[in-house]
Design a protein around this ligand. Structure first.
Ligand code: SDX
Length: 433
């Protein structure tokens, strides 16, 4: 990766009777940034930004989000257009390499991924160490991390070939692990990957086919699955991507880094929101109970939040939510399903978007608001929703990890702190306490 930031000005920080000039850098899109790397050495001061609300942790050329415009670009291409016209593996190639693949590149990349979908047979024993009722995200975190014990040659991330192998193995095996976790949790036998199926078809087959009878894969459902993967593929420096980058900055094994990302995504404020959102919609149950929950979401004394609403970056609509709403209709129509929860979700969205609390705080439905409805209609239990998010986001995580390793300015991530603990004091013997 070639650094492309441009110096476009100077910020002056006045501390006491001293002034410090800091360069302002701009990228190709988005807000400029003040480079504070020299601040502590020059002034003895840190910057303070818990939650990183005003901090760029890196330069990146992969994904751009304009929260005010509700815009999401993967390597410059709009998410709406990619969801409509591209495929998940084509998007994976784009995120990793920076350009859409030509026909030969697409065939070669697809064949490479297809031919790495199987797991080492000893991985099977990891699943049998879990209780059947273990959350599938626990199985994902443990099993993906365990892959670092199988692929020692991929650990040498300084060699491009080893890095490419790790990238391909992770994209290829994550659906097999996700499907295996699901089958294990419902007590059904493993369904092995098939090389004659597309990425989405293969995943649906590994999840829903059984040895006892043929399984028909609906092209509409497979296309919907592929679109859902595209929508979740990457999203700039979100919490789980930042976790992967921080773990990778120490040179940790790529499988261990992705396991760290899976662990972070699991949280209900992040990737776990799709599961929490459907549970919330089911708790609301009917349209007439919506005002009660809107009131709770606005009540500061009540920890309840509208799951699937709000976003650190999007202060306008989340473009993924709109595509996901369309996918919800496509899937429910294809399956001829009437889901009253979809009616509750649409009415909740309408009421919330007209409520001054949500308008004032710029809270809009995010990617998780409709995804639970779609995934539930596809036949997945709520415990699998974040697993599917992790499956798709593995492409983004590994693309960002790869970019970090190629960034000439990359260093180990090591934030500092504003310490407010005890000042130095002497040890007190036990009989004096
Ligand atoms: C994802 O970062 C990413 O890109 C993430 C993601 C990705 O693709 O990687 O987009 C995926 O994580 C989507 C978000 C899924 N999470 C949820 O749906 C959980 C519900 N949403 C919230 O918890 C919250 O909106 C966050 C966590 C998403 C954002 O939190 P912020 O940016 O720290 O915002 P905040 O908590 O400071 O909220 C600002 C205000 C607060 O009120 P005040 O303190 O200003 O009075 O808005 C309120 C909050 O109380 N608020 C909500 C709310 N979300 C924020 N009030 C009610 N319901 C909500 N959902």
């Amino acid at each position: 990766m070639e650094n492309k930031i441009k110096n476009t000005g100077t910020a002056t920080v006045n501390i006491g009777d001293k002034s410090y000039d800091l360069p302002i850098y701009s990228g190709s899109l988005g807000a400029p940034a003040i480079d504070v790397r020299a601040l502590h050495k020059a002034s003895g001061h840190f910057t303070f930004d818990p939650g990183y609300t005003s901090t760029c942790s890196t330069e990146s050329q992969i994904t751009f989000i304009d929260g005010n415009k509700g815009q999401l670009l993967y390597r410059g291409y709009g998410i709406e257009e990619l969801a409509e016209k591209s495929t998940f593996l084509e998007v994976a190639y784009l995120l990793i390499h920076g350009e859409l693949p030509n026909k030969a590149q697409n065939i070669s990349f697809t064949n490479t991924i297809t031919n790495h979908t199987m797991l080492h047979d000893q991985v099977e024993s990891f699943f049998h160490g879990f209780r059947r009722d273990a959350h599938p995200m626990a199985m994902m975190t443990g099993t993906v991390g365990a892959l670092s014990g199988f692929y020692h040659d991929d650990a040498h991330t300084t060699e491009n070939e080893a890095r490419d192998m790790a990238i391909h193995r992770l994209i290829a095996k994550i659906p097999t692990i996700a499907a295996r976790a699901y089958k294990y949790s419902i007590g059904q036998p493993t369904v092995y990957p098939r090389n004659d199926l597309s990425y989405a078809e293969n995943f649906l087959n590994m999840c829903f086919s059984v040895p006892a009878e043929p399984y028909h894969i609906s092209p509409t459902i497979a296309r919907a699955m592929d679109k859902i993967f595209i929508l979740h593929a990457d999203h700039e420096q979100n919490a789980s991507t930042s976790t992967v980058r921080l773990a990778g900055s120490s040179g940790a094994n790529p499988y261990a880094c992705i396991a760290a990302g899976i662990a972070c995504l699991w949280g209900p404020s992040h990737g776990g929101a799709n599961e929490a959102c459907l549970n919330m919609l089911q708790e609301i149950g009917t349209v007439d109970r919506i005002p009660e929950f809107i009131a709770r979401a606005k009540d500061k004394s009540d920890p309840f939040r509208l799951m699937g609403f709000g976003h650190r970056v999007y202060k306008n609509f989340d473009p993924r939510s709109r595509v996901m709403q369309k996918v919800a209709h496509e899937v429910l129509d294809e399956l001829d399903l009437k889901n009253p929860i979809l009616d509750v979700a649409k009415e909740l969205e309408k009421i919330a978007l007209e409520d001054e609390y949500f308008v004032e705080k710029k809270l809009y439905p995010n990617v998780d608001f409709y995804s639970g409805i779609v995934l539930s209609a596809l036949g997945f239990p709520t415990s699998m929703f974040t697993v599917l998010f992790a499956l798709a986001r593995t492409v983004g995580w590994i693309s960002q990890w790869n970019e970090m390793l190629e960034d000439p300015s990359q260093r180990i991530g090591r934030p500092r702190q504003l310490y407010t603990g005890a000042t130095e004091r002497s040890y007190i013997p036990m009989d004096k306490r």
